[in-house]
Design a protein around this ligand. Structure first.
Ligand code: ATP
Length: 236
């Protein structure tokens, strides 16, 4: 069953149309990657799903309910959590305070403590650095913190906007392997990436986004070995 469904979605910035009639879906349990070059509309798509931009056409449903007009914070309550491009952590707050902010919509203390343990299992570095201010963490550590914070909302759907951006290859591998673990533990994932190689290999299914339009879709491993996709996105 589709957990998230975008049906004929369009998004404008003033008179500029950034997303053209996009229809995509993410089924429960999947990792779906949306691949696109600079300016293709990846961030616009993610911000629209999270409720930070409004649609000029079409609809979005989540968990069987039309959420096209639902405000962003209520989408978090319903079970979606966004790790934004550039991470969006609070630099002056400590690691622990940043993680607490991720759980701000919750009051189930015992389950929150379990989730904190889970985040610390996934990211031992965050456990070691609980008292360090977020802004002094390295780029890779800040990405871990941003994902950890999103997981503290116990989302059904984790939205990841270019988690590999600006990271060294070893951190990218680590982040992708953690995304896989999070998915295996039951969280559905929608990932947007410019870094197509690993994002396609990680994904069950993927879509290619070009100047605001979906141009291809398929199984992640099929697209990863497709000649046209390789030429455009994998430097082959
Ligand atoms: P990148 O990987 O470079 O961040 P992206 O795929 O995330 O790219 P978006 O940021 O979604 O792309 O941008 C899609 C299009 O919308 C681009 O042409 C961009 O210039 C335009 N755009 C984005 N934000 C605005 C804005 N606030 N006002 C006007 N146009 C915008």
């Amino acid at each position: 069953m589709a957990l998230l469904e975008l049906d004929d979605v369009s998004v404008h910035y003033g008179r500029i149309q950034a997303i053209h009639n996009m229809s995509i879906h993410v089924d429960e349990g999947e990792i779906v990657s949306l691949i696109g070059a600079n300016g293709a509309g990846k961030t616009t798509t993610m911000r629209s799903i999270a409720g930070l931009l409004s649609l000029s056409g079409g609809s979005i449903s989540f968990d069987g309910e039309d959420i096209s007009k639902t405000r962003a914070h209520l989408r978090v309550v319903k079970g979606m959590s966004l790790t934004p491009e550039g991470r969006g952590i609070f630099p002056s707050l400590t690691v622990m305070e940043n993680l607490d902010m991720g759980a701000y919509t919750r009051s189930d203390k015992a389950a929150m403590a379990e989730d904190l343990d889970r985040v610390f299992d996934l990211f031992p570095r965050l456990k070691e650095r609980q008292k360090q201010s977020g802004g002094t963490m390295s780029g890779g550590e800040q990405q871990m913190l941003a994902i950890g914070r999103a997981l503290m909302a116990r989302p059904k759907l984790l939205l990841l906007d270019e988690p590999s951006m600006g990271l060294a290859p070893q951190f990218i591998r680590q982040i992708f392997s953690i995304v896989k673990q999070v998915n295996q533990q039951g969280t559905t994932v929608l990932l947007v990436e410019q870094n197509a190689n690993q994002a396609l290999r990680l994904a069950h299914r993927a879509y290619i986004l070009e100047t605001g339009r979906i141009t291809r879709e398929g199984l992640g491993r099929e697209l990863a070995s497709d000649d046209a996709v390789r030429a455009a996105y994998l430097g082959a």
